[in-house]
Design a protein around this ligand. Structure first.
Ligand SMILES: Nc1ccn([C@@H]2O[C@H](COP(=O)(O)O)[C@@H](O)[C@H]2O)c(=O)n1
Ligand SMILES: C[C@@]1(CO)OP(=O)(O)OP(=O)(O)OC[C@H]1O
Length: 159
């Protein structure tokens, strides 16, 4: 059995808006997130963790921010690409775990919907998808409420 692990990290800054999109779920907030795509920082991070496990570069290499095609894109396009690449290489996703880092919005109430959406997109049982959150105790850019950071780990298995 071939087992691979990858990590991901991403940050998006807050900007004008009335909601953020995290793991494909719209979360009401007094600001939005700025990005070339829909700025779904969590989906980008999980996507990068899958690319990392496959040693196939990162999201910006597959979907360059300079390419107008991806302006405003729903980030599930990126995640589906990474999942299909894993399949094509003979890997299944065993589990993913991601941690959002922000003071606000509070993630806990939305985590079940986020796990469900991510599991659907990856074709996994929901108990293989973890979405959790922490503040940074008001320290640093996340602590000052300037944006949201996310870290993720993905484990892939080829039987
Ligand atoms: N944006 C966030 C941040 C945190 N949580 C939940 O609160 C718990 C306590 O956070 P600390 O940073 O003070 O440890 C954390 O474990 C999460 O359950 C959240 O839902 N959304
Ligand atoms: C997702 C892409 C798509 O062009 O743009 P952004 O939405 O800005 O997100 P980022 O995390 O900076 O990753 C780079 C790009 O691949």
């Amino acid at each position: 059995m071939d087992v691979r692990t990858g990590n991901g990290f991403d940050v998006h800054a807050f900007g004008p808006g009335d909601h953020v999109v995290l793991c494909g779920v719209q979360v009401p907030h007094d600001q939005g997130l700025v990005g070339h795509s829909d700025a779904d920082v969590a989906m980008h991070t999980v996507t990068d963790a899958i690319y990392g496990a496959l040693a196939r570069g990162d999201i910006g290499q597959h979907f360059p921010p300079s390419d107008l095609q991806w302006k405003g894109a729903a980030s599930e396009v990126f995640l589906r690409h990474a999942v299909n690449m894993a399949k094509d290489m003979g890997f299944g996703i065993s589990n993913v775990d991601c941690t959002l880092i922000c003071e606000h919005p509070k993630i806990g109430p939305h985590a079940p919907a986020m796990r469900k959406k991510m599991a659907e997109l990856m074709g996994l049982e929901v108990d293989r998808v973890s979405v959790k959150a922490t503040t940074s105790e008001r320290l640093g850019f996340t602590g000052r409420g300037e944006g949201i950071a996310c870290i993720a780990t993905a484990t892939l298995v080829k039987p």
